[in-house]
Design a protein. Sequence first.
Length: 414
Amino acid sequence: MNSSIYIFGSETNNSSKPYSQYPLDYAEDIFKKYESYLKNDSLLVIHRNDVAVYHIYYKRVQNGYIGICVLLNSLWVCDAKRLIKVFEKVFSEILESGILLSVDRQGNVVSQTSKMSDSNKVHIDEICDKIRYYIEKLENYSAQLPVQDVSVSKGTIHKLSDNASNTSWKNAFNTYRNIVSSYGSNKNSTNLLLRKLSEFAKERDDYERKSIELQKECLRIERQKKQIKNIVILVFVLIGCGIGIFFLNDSLNVTQQRLADANDEIIEQQTRIEELKDSVEYYLRLYKNEKNNYQSFRSQVANTYKSGTIETDYHTWNLEQIYFTSSETVCKWSVTPKCFGTFIEMTEGVCLIDNKGKKYDMVSCDGIAMTPNRDTIYDIRTVYFTVTFPAIDDEATSVTYYSSPSFQIADIPV
């Protein structure tokens, strides 16, 4: 059976790449056409376009969905239940590999279809080869395409129940070119696995909570042991002090007058200390108020710099704004490709260098991928991203944004 395999999916929490597909071609319109019918956990779609038949299966996850499509020419798999078992088995193997699907700490399966890049191409090709192998085993459950019923519109979508028989599928396929059937959470093994993962996650949280409680109890016992040890030491110290007092009793009368004189001097020094303490506290409060006022002013009225454009062979990079605050330095960039099919990435060595030569390494980058990952831009549009650095020293008067000798903006005033 000559077949073509597609893997696709969506990530609702990935604004930069909400939809991914491998391989990426015109079939995207077909897959997106049926995603609105994914009301339950799974959706099976048979879509016919002349002699091409798309066997599409969608699986809902926590942050979107993942889908598999098997494209056959002049044949279609007419045993829906066996076809679903193949798709469910593939989804279980994808989940086990942890590349395109993963499990979060709450036991929820989440989509990672945005990782369908060149770096994972070998793994994705292995998945496609497995799907072809499983589909070839269904050759005895496939059939030649029936003559198309021209009395029914090509765009008509026919819905079948989740317990429809193979005869119902065959009768529907003799009439309609688009057939969908939605399945609930109790219809396949993958969803049983997902519920088990959720239960395991809850058990893990219970064990972690009990572990924390036992750790607290151990710390309490350790503190009690230390307290008992300190009490024993204190008892011995008191006994030693009693012995020392006994032997020093004779010298107390001799030193009593000296103590009285020293006491008068101590009272005088204490009075002086209190006066100095009041003065120190006054100037300390004054200094703190001035410092807080300065920091508040710098945080609320931070320096803003607008300038800086760098032209490369394939992009125009524009430093939109740079904010200097007492806690961080934020650079807002935009990049516009000069042609179709380019990519952008953020290198690791980006930094700020002030006029005194101090270097401030990048803290984070939001909006584009970090090396070695890349964001592919298929059309000409402007992408905005933000690069964050530590706060610049108060003594600095200017900084240089540095990525490479050919990519830098100098003398940015602070």
